[in-house]
Write a protein that binds this ligand. Structure first.
Ligand SMILES: Nc1ncnc2c1ncn2[C@@H]1O[C@H](COP(=O)(O)OP(=O)(O)OP(=O)(O)O)[C@@H](O)[C@H]1O
Ligand SMILES: [Mg+2]
Length: 636
């Protein structure tokens, strides 16, 4: 224990040393020296956010940009995030008009909106500690005012010519007064310091949460008169008698999160609008106060529709930019979301059997998908295609077409938090800290009855999706066990396929084969080839065409110098797998379902369980459960 404490303390210390080493203080004159060399220091809040996102790296995949800034926490929303960056942050950083609008993330419950906002906040805190993201402010200013505001309006054009930096906004009433009283009007002497964004310390990052609309005070946003000092300064309009400590003041230079914005009273919204539109807001009895900050709000679709359907909100509406944040629609990404949420929860110690999260993910994604209109595609195929799996007869062009069928897809369905809650209640019910796909699906199903906000119609649909998820899982479970029965599945599959290919080659070229042991010449083994082909329904008449096609594929691979392996031909792979499993079926069936296994069966079971644990990620409890389940499936 002691060791850990010492380690933590030394890390706290070294962090403090690091922060201390970043501190900087100097005169405005010295500050101008800094921005001459590194003009990025003087960038706007929007530009800083954009550069921060870019600095984590951008990956191009299939013509789509993936921003790694979000990648560790947000899964499956690449398209929405690309749009957010390309349509808001990027143009806003270039001082285009969107910057003057409030950014409103709109999406269904638990779809990751708050997570995105939190990422931006934590990101900014970190970025302000780097060289590229450094921020400087007038020392002692509660709003960490931009030092460049000290440059008088009439000199700004010349300043731009010399420094290439545009200055927006005017010196605040407080600093105007301080300039006169503390610095005798000498701009060059004004003290500047480097600041570090911190939500806890209320520097550059703010959060506004509405309270009761009747008692909500505008002071929460724009600060308030400090009655204790009025006597000292003589008047309410002396800026020193005002506390510039509203959320809008504190978030200056960085960003502010607006929770439940659309529930807010109009008079609050107007302040925001003036701020975003004109870059300033009104506080107390002072001239307008300039501020530069990104304002992000979030809402769900219903709330948003109510808001815009109200005529009174029309003007507000045109000053908001709405970015949809839909649910993730890829099964494997959904699994990652659950795994992340579980690792962050108090369930982290529980053994989650392989495919348990996948089964739940299949269910959730199905509830979010719209029924496809395209010929020959059902919901399950669409789900596979969206997840990047190959589905016979369809390609990536089809996937794009499917996506275009429903522009608004992903705004409805089951949310991740519901799934996590159901997993958690399944765990509570079980005595052992281990949970499998069947437990999860059962719990999801039971939960639907208690779920108040699901319509009768949806409930029925959802029950059906659970049945589909169960069927998908059954296939996965059978495969898993059958593979575990073979000493080395990959080896066996490879061996069987090579054998098949040798025979196909001889058959097509009308050659003979040589027996590897006796060296005798033999005819191609028709029985073996048919036993494989029949697994995928290739008829006697179609066999020649199938074999020739395989041979063509084989030589195409050879020409390109690529290895043809057992994954190179989708249907052949399926045939080989089915053949292997068919040969095994009886053994698996008898072994797994026998209530009084004999010695050799027992040995086999132990071997299989050991393999499931070592190679496939089960614990002994879930491995035994899996075997029993598959036994019952095979005996149906
Ligand atoms: N696409 C996703 N990638 C990663 N995690 C996600 C995703 N969608 C949801 N989550 C997780 O689900 C949980 C809920 O997300 P979050 O609170 O960000 O949603 P929200 O949209 O703000 O919801 P609400 O409307 O209820 O406020 C979080 O733990 C979050 O990490
Ligand atoms: Mg939220």
């Amino acid at each position: 224990m002691e060791v850990i404490i010492i380690d933590i303390l030394s890390r706290v210390r070294s962090y403090k040393e690091e922060v201390d080493s970043l501190k900087w203080e100097g005169t405005f004159e010295e500050y101008l020296g800094i921005i001459k060399e590194r003009p990025e220091v003087a960038q706007t809040a929007h530009s800083r956010v954009y550069n921060m996102i870019k600095s984590s790296g951008v990956e191009e995949r299939d013509g789509k940009k993936m921003y790694q800034f979000f990648g560790k926490e947000i899964f499956g929303l690449e398209t929405a995030l690309e749009r957010l960056v390309e349509e808001y942050f990027h143009p806003a950083a270039r001082r285009l008009d969107v910057r003057k609008r409030i950014l409103l993330l709109m999406g269904p419950v638990s779809g990751g909106k708050s997570t995105i906002v939190t990422l931006l906040k934590r990101g900014l805190e970190h970025y302000s500690r780097t060289d590229e993201g450094a921020v400087y402010a007038i020392k002692g200013c509660p709003m960490h005012e931009d030092p460049l505001h000290l440059i008088p309006q009439h000199l700004r054009e010349d300043f731009f010519k010399e420094y290439g930096i545009r200055i927006e906004g005017s010196l605040s009433p407080l600093n105007t007064m301080r300039l006169e009283q503390e610095y005798g009007g000498h701009v060059e002497d004004v003290l500047i310091e480097r600041i570090f964004f911190s939500e806890d310390k209320r520097v550059g990052i703010g959060t506004f949460t509405p309270s009761d609309p009747k008692s909500q005070d505008i002071a929460d946003l724009t600060g308030s008169i400090d009655f204790s000092t009025i006597a000292e300064y003589g008047s309410e309009s002396d800026p020193r008698a005002y506390r510039f400590d509203g959320e809008l003041n504190k978030a200056n230079r960085g960003m502010m999160e607006f929770q439940e914005m659309l529930k807010l009273d109009e008079k609050f919204l107007w302040h925001l609008l003036s701020l975003t539109q004109e870059g300033n807001f009104k506080a107390g009895r002072f001239a307008l106060i300039s501020a530069d900050e990104l304002i992000v709000a979030h809402t769900n679709e219903t709330e948003y529709r109510t808001f815009i359907s109200n005529k009174k909100n029309e003007a507000l509406h045109s000053r908001i930019i709405v970015m949809p944040i839909p649910y993730n629609l890829k099964v494997s990404e959904e699994e990652r979301i659950y795994a992340k949420m579980i690792s962050e929860s108090d369930m982290a110690h529980v053994h989650i059997a392989p495919h348990a999260l996948r089964a739940a993910a299949i269910f959730s994604v199905l509830t979010r998908l719209e029924i496809p209109k395209k010929q020959g595609i059902d919901l399950v195929k669409k789900m596979r295609l969206y997840d990047g799996e190959s589905v016979e007869g369809f390609n990536s062009v089809d996937v794009e077409e499917l996506k275009k069928e429903h522009q608004n897809e992903g705004m409805n369905g089951i949310d991740p938090r519901y799934v996590i809650n159901r997993i958690s209640s399944a765990i509570i019910r079980k005595e052992v800290p281990s949970i499998n796909a069947l437990d999860v699906l059962r719990s999801l199903k039971e939960g639907l009855d208690q779920h108040a906000s699901i319509s009768e119609e949806d409930r029925e649909k959802y029950m059906n999706y659970i049945a589909i998820a169960r069927k998908e899982y059954d296939e996965i479970a059978k495969n898993e066990v059958q593979k575990a029965f073979v000493y080395s599945y990959e080896e066996s599959a490879k061996h069987l396929m090579n054998n098949y290919l040798d025979n196909v080659e001889a058959f097509c070229n009308k050659n003979k084969l040589r027996d590897p042991i006796t060296g005798e010449e033999m005819n191609p083994d028709e029985k073996l080839m048919r036993s494989i082909e029949e697994q995928i329904g290739i008829s006697e008449n179609a066999k020649r065409a199938f074999r020739e096609e395989i041979l063509i594929r084989l030589s195409a691979f050879a020409r390109k110098g690529k290895r043809f392996d057992y994954n190179s031909h989708e249907r052949l792979r399926e045939a080989i797998q089915k053949k292997l499993f068919a040969d095994l079926k009886d053994v698996v069936k008898i072994t797994t379902s026998s209530t009084t296994p004999d010695e050799s069966q027992l040995k086999k079971i132990n071997e299989v369980v050991a393999r499931l644990i070592d190679k496939h990620g089960y614990d002994s409890n879930s491995a035994n459960e899996l075997l029993r389940y598959v036994g019952s499936l095979l005996n149906r």
